[in-house]
Design a protein around this ligand. Structure first.
Ligand code: NAD
Ligand code: WQD
Length: 337
């Protein structure tokens, strides 16, 4: 019995594959490499010392999915595959709805046809939109404010409807907060294309000398130091959450949602300072205007995952910065194949 990991060559997928393989799971990765490199999977293989199957292909390809579910004995799916850049989703909404929503529907149709009804889906705290209640519990109102966020919300709804129509399904929706960090080996990590959109890869690239300074998007928020507060979570803790979710699928949980965050907020200034302490590198910055759509603060109430999955984040901001720096300094150009 194997776990099908869609998007397994990506940032979170590659870290999760390492932990799945180390825990003894058989793994089949399906990824079209649209936002990742085969080299990440070669490194997953070297870290874990385990072999696994890789199929280069698209979740929109129904014939390919049919073959995958025929050729391998899959009993559950972890579904990471998707596009994730908020700004790009505003510029190219159809690309996002097609790839993420139509792609997920195609995957779920293939699962239904082959009677594979266990799924862990990568959702996002972005489905909450701008919430005025902190920390954010799973029962908070949903209201994504950009096309990317709406794809996540729609896929959640589709999975809830599938479960309502057939209680034989088991669906776990994981809403990640802000994933950062890297495997402690420094062999795999986040490798964004072009100039990073997100804070941690941006800071890392300034630290390594690829970018000049960090633009801080506003210091006039109603937060203690004026900069935005987020719930950063180490990607190794996140990967561990997926293993806990897979175990939970065995208890026939129905369709359930969990926040994966630490419950602690960190400001942009605090993150820059922590990165300086972890790397020893000066991080020049300048304060610019706010980025449209950014909330002042966003952090999780992760107590449901603690209670029901037996999962809690163990790594703090220093480890997140140390491991991001370890990856970035060993791989200044990212994967180089
Ligand atoms: P990533 O881009 O590194 O990984 C996604 C992978 O999916 C890539 O390897 C890409 O090549 C693949 N992919 C995309 N479309 C595909 C398709 N049609 N068919 C096959 N493969 C396809 O992103 P990530 O950071 O690892 O995120 C993984 C998942 O978690 C995504 O669904 C993302 O939306 C979600 N998520 C990410 C974050 C974050 O900040 N990184 C936060 C919340 C949720
Ligand atoms: C964090 C903080 C910025 C960059 C995004 C997506 C979300 C989810 C996670 C997938 C904010 C500030 C940032 C910079 C800055 N992804 N910042 N300078 O916006 O919380 O979440 O990634 O689901 O959907 O929106 O993360 O890292 O971009 O920003 O000052 O160059 O850093 O204003 O306060 P965000 P981020």
């Amino acid at each position: 019995m194997a776990v099908l990991v869609t998007g397994g060559a990506g940032y979170i997928g590659s870290h999760t594959c390492v932990q799945l393989l180390e825990a003894g799971y058989d793994v089949v990765v399906l990824d079209n490499l649209s936002n990742s490199k085969q080299e990440a999977l070669d490194r997953v293989n070297s870290i874990s010392g385990k072999r696994f199957e890789f199929i280069k292909g698209d979740i929109l390809d129904i014939d390919l999915l049919d073959r995958v579910f025929t050729d391998y004995t899959i009993d559950s799916v972890i579904h990471f595959a998707g596009l994730k850049a908020v700004g790009e989703s505003v510029a190219k909404p159809l690309l996002y709805y097609h790839n993420n929503v139509a792609g997920s529907i195609t995957l779920f149709e293939a699962m239904q046809k082959h009677n594979v009804k266990n799924i862990v889906f990568s959702s996002s705290a972005t489905v909450y939109g701008i919430s005025d209640r902190m920390p954010i519990g799973e029962d908070a109102a949903l209201g994504p404010i950009n096309p990317y966020g709406r794809t996540k919300y729609m896929i959640e709804e589709i999975l809830r409807d599938i479960y309502a129509s057939d209680n034989g399904w088991n669906v776990i929706l994981l809403r990640y907060f802000n994933p950062v960090g890297a495997h402690p080996s420094g062999l795999i990590g986040e490798d964004p294309n072009g100039i990073p959109n997100n804070l941690m890869p941006y800071i890392s690239q300034v630290a390594v000398g690829k970018l000049k300074d960090v633009n801080i998007f506003g210091d006039d928020y109603p937060t203690p130091d004026g900069t935005g507060i987020r719930d950063y979570i180490h990607v190794m803790d996140l990967a561990d959450g997926h293993l806990k979710a897979l175990e939970k699928l065995k208890d026939s949980p129905g369709a359930v949602v969990y926040n994966l965050g630490t419950g602690k907020g960190t400001s942009v200034f605090e993150m820059i300072d922590a990165f300086y302490r972890a790397s020893g590198r000066e991080i020049p910055y300048r304060v610019t205007s706010r980025r449209p759509g950014d909330a002042a603060e966003c952090y999780a109430d992760p107590s449901k995952a603690a209670k029901e999955l037996g999962w809690a984040a163990r790594r703090g901001i220093f480890e997140m910065c140390r491991d991001s720096w370890n990856w970035q300094s060993q791989n200044p150009e990212g994967y180089t194949e």
